[in-house]
Design a protein around this ligand. Structure first.
Ligand code: X90
Length: 275
């Protein structure tokens, strides 16, 4: 069984799993950056910061999905939320084409309604289910169940790129970043941005996140944090959560290209299960 995700999952490899990440693209007027393991994230972010013109992103092409499918006959695909990206549609289109030449293959495409560490918790659960040796259909059912018990929260210092690309209302984006204001938000059930609070400074934003995580019913289970170039802030959050939930299963890691672009400098994303 092969596990495939678009690069917004912030992972390039998964130990012990036949895993492929399919790159999204981040572009300025003059350059295209593929979000794969050879991406120089620091250089990309510097280039973006010094660009005055528009910048944008693109989901994987059908051809990129097809090359990731090649040679496999049981495939799980996990995509970024269909509420904000065409990635889910392009994966479905690729599935149809692949099945025409591989009629016996099975492909299940999951709309994560999330991204980043929200996809990572799903992918880790999938990997665990695959290692149990249960059937393709059983895995689909169990994963669907698990997904109902997952959440995504995030705290961002700027919504500039989200607003510029029409992914949030410009009115929501206004005032974030100015006067040290962070937005704390969650993924809505439809997989769009649902603002929760505006917090002044990192300390208050972290406190708001911890309180939202408790309110969501987190019990100390799987929790993954992606950060945009700020491991210190991510570790502070991990410590604050462990303070309330000793022994919590927390891992922190850097966001890769796509999430770094949209979550922007110092952005934090938190995916968790409430089991
Ligand atoms: O070009 C494309 O198709 C990709 C578009 C992606 C747009 C959203 C990326 C979000 C990244 C920022 C905060 C998380 C919001 C998630 C709400 C479900 C991370």
């Amino acid at each position: 069984m092969r596990l495939i995700a678009d690069s917004s999952c912030d992972l390039h490899t998964m130990p012990g799993v036949d895993f492929r990440s399919v790159p999204m693209t981040i572009s300025t007027a003059t350059r295209h950056y593929r979000d794969d393991e050879s991406l120089d994230l620091h250089a990309m972010l510097q280039d973006l910061a010094s660009t005055h013109g528009r910048t944008f992103t693109a989901c994987p092409s059908i051809g990129e999905w097809l090359s990731a499918f090649e040679g496999a006959d049981e495939i799980f695909v996990c995509t970024i939320t269909s509420g904000l990206s065409g990635t889910y549609s392009s994966a479905l289109a690729a599935k149809d084409i692949y099945l025409q030449s591989n009629p016996d293959a099975r492909i299940h495409v999951i709309d994560s309604l999330s991204t980043g560490p929200g996809m990572r918790v799903l992918l880790e659960e999938l990997a665990a289910l695959i290692s149990k040796g249960i059937s393709f259909d059983e895995i689909i059912q169990k994963l669907d169940d698990y997904k109902q018990h997952t959440r995504l929260f995030f705290a961002l210092q700027s919504l500039h790129n989200m607003a510029q690309n029409g992914r949030v209302n410009p009115l929501v984006a206004k005032a974030i970043g100015i006067m040290n204001i962070r937005i704390v938000a969650t993924a809505s059930p439809e997989g769009t941005v649902a603002p929760i609070a505006k917090s002044r400074g990192d300390k208050k934003a972290l406190a708001e996140l911890v309180s939202q995580i408790e309110k969501a019913g987190y019990k100390g289970g799987r929790l993954r944090i992606s950060h945009v170039q700020n491991p210190t802030l991510a570790n502070q959050l991990a410590l604050a959560i462990r303070d309330q939930f000793p022994g919590a299963d927390i891992l922190t890691s850097p966001a890769t290209g796509l999430c770094s672009y949209y979550a922007e400098q110092n952005g934090l994303l938190i995916g968790l299960d409430t089991l």
